[in-house]
Design a protein around this ligand. Structure first.
Ligand code: SF4
Length: 486
């Protein structure tokens, strides 16, 4: 780190003075009530501040204290706090909270050890309540504190708990209470998880930007000039599960022109209005015949001139894996490639599918630019996965699958991420087992490819590894577009 921590936090403090105060601090300032601060903190986990503030407001109108909360049923609480993340679990915790507080003489305890015995209160929540409600030294390490401290190189840690322990050893105590609100405000406003605004960050001269892909400055659209649009591709591993993890908020945060998702595992009639109609987007769905399996969808800000699904092959199309949206000057293809399966039982099916995809893309590329994104379910080269040696015969890294990808790229479909980054250690999927994501034992199997004639239209390509919720993270392409559909 080039600058002392005091210097960095002083600059942050000045910059956040004009930013929004995190919701829990706001409630603390407004009420100074430990019960409300505790409840708001429980509600705020994995939820946007605006959503937390509205949910807390609705709940506190009926339950300003634990006695009134005890009169509400779990179902009623769930309705009041919806759509905060994990609202059903949080409703369960809140139903049990009055009884748990009775064990502390109906007051909110002020130590971390006591607080973590309450339902729904983990270490992060306990630290926040101790520091915000009681102004006692505690370090609340949430995703922003963990992330930014690592970006600065002040700590080198894998988990928020490790960060908390490291900060307890080295962060001057005068910053313990306020570091959370400073870095949450900074993380939400400037050093955002997705494409941080390094271009307008007062720390850009001194920040080492460890592991960061800075935001590209959007180009202004002028008549006749090219305009870079942002495209995202993300295997969400079940859209209904992702909704509970804040998918709609994440989409708004990603702020992309097109968001393509794979493995939706749902038919549109199983989805909420909130998912089908995200403000600012029109959504297009293609589902597998088999319920709860495979499936793709696209959210687009601009209307395509045509929409089609599949590869003109009933055997390959029944699994809901391909969508093609035609825009004025490019085709956008969203694909969930099959997995070659346990014992490679579906390898042949997958290779047939892959050949049909290449044929489809080749035909379209003769007409106009083609962007092909999705979960390709293959790590192309040895640098695209952590352990190439031990995976030579495993699905996603077999010679046959890699040879297809060789042929695909040799046919002129460019792997856009590799136009900007040739280094190993960049992954888009991590197994849920063995704590693989925290240990960064991953695979790069999600790609944005473009036809070779569109090489100069690629403005940037990146991996958004900090966006959580699925076992994959999103990948991004910034692509120059001549004419915008309306
Ligand atoms: S320079 Fe970029 S990465 Fe560093 S703190 Fe500022 S926004 Fe974050």
């Amino acid at each position: 780190m080039k600058a002392p921590i005091e210097h960095l936090l002083e600059i942050v403090e000045k910059q956040v003075a004009n930013l929004k105060v995190p919701v829990v601090d706001l409630i603390a300032v407004q009420t100074k009530d430990p019960f409300k601060i505790l409840v708001a903190t429980i509600l705020s986990a994995r939820t946007k501040d605006e959503t937390t503030a509205k949910a807390a407001d609705r709940l506190f109108k009926l339950a300003p204290d634990q006695h009134n909360l005890a009169n509400l049923t779990e179902e009623r609480i769930a309705k009041l706090i919806y759509p905060v993340g994990f609202y059903r679990n949080k409703a369960k915790f809140l139903t049990r909270l009055p009884h748990a507080l009775a064990g502390f003489n109906n007051t909110v305890p002020d130590t971390i050890e006591e607080l973590i015995t309450l339902p729904g209160v983990g270490r992060k929540t306990a630290n926040l309540v101790v520091s915000v409600a009681f102004q006692k030294p505690a370090i609340c390490v949430d995703t922003h504190v963990h992330r930014i401290m690592n970006i600065w190189g002040y700590v080198k840690t894998q988990t928020p708990l490790q960060t908390e322990m490291a900060l307890r050893k080295k962060l001057p105590e005068k910053y313990w209470i306020k570091v959370n609100s400073l870095l949450v405000a900074y993380g939400q406003g400037i050093c955002r998880p997705v494409s941080p605004h390094c271009d307008r960050c007062a720390l850009s001269d001194v920040c080492p930007q460890i592991g960061v892909t800075p935001r590209r400055i959007p180009r202004k659209t002028k008549k006749g000039k090219k305009n870079a649009q942002t495209f995202i591709s993300w295997n969400v591993n079940g859209i209904r599960a992702m909704e509970k993890k804040g998918f709609v908020d994440i989409v708004q945060d990603l702020n992309a022109d097109i968001i393509a998702i794979q493995e939706t595992k749902a038919h549109p009639d199983q989805l909420s209005d909130a998912l089908l109609h995200i403000p600012g987007y029109t959504s297009y769905w293609h589902s597998a015949e088999k319920k709860g399996y495979s499936g793709v969808a696209i959210y687009s800000r601009t209307s395509p001139v045509a929409v089609s699904t599949g590869l003109h092959n009933p055997d390959l199309d029944m699994e809901g894996r391909v969508q093609t949206l035609e825009f004025q000057d490019f085709f956008f293809i969203n694909i969930y490639f099959p997995n070659s399966g346990h014992g490679l039982k579906r390898l042949e099916y997958k290779l047939n599918f892959n050949r049909a995809v290449q044929e489809h893309a080749t035909v379209l590329a003769k007409k106009k630019a083609v962007v092909i994104c999705g979960d390709y379910n293959v790590a192309h080269k040895a640098i695209d996965l952590k352990n190439p040696e031990s995976n030579q015969t495993n699905p996603g890294f077999t010679p046959e699958e890699r040879q297809w990808m060789d042929g695909f790229t040799e046919a002129g479909f460019l792997d856009t991420f590799r136009m900007f980054n040739k280094d190993p250690g960049h992954y888009t999927w991590w197994s849920y087992r063995f704590n693989a994501r925290a240990r960064d034992i991953g695979w790069r199997i999600d790609y944005f490819c473009v036809d070779k004639n569109s090489h100069s239209r690629v403005a940037n390509a990146s991996i958004l590894k900090d966006v959580m919720g699925s076992d994959h993270c999103p990948v991004q392409l910034d692509f120059f577009v001549d004419k915008i559909n309306s």
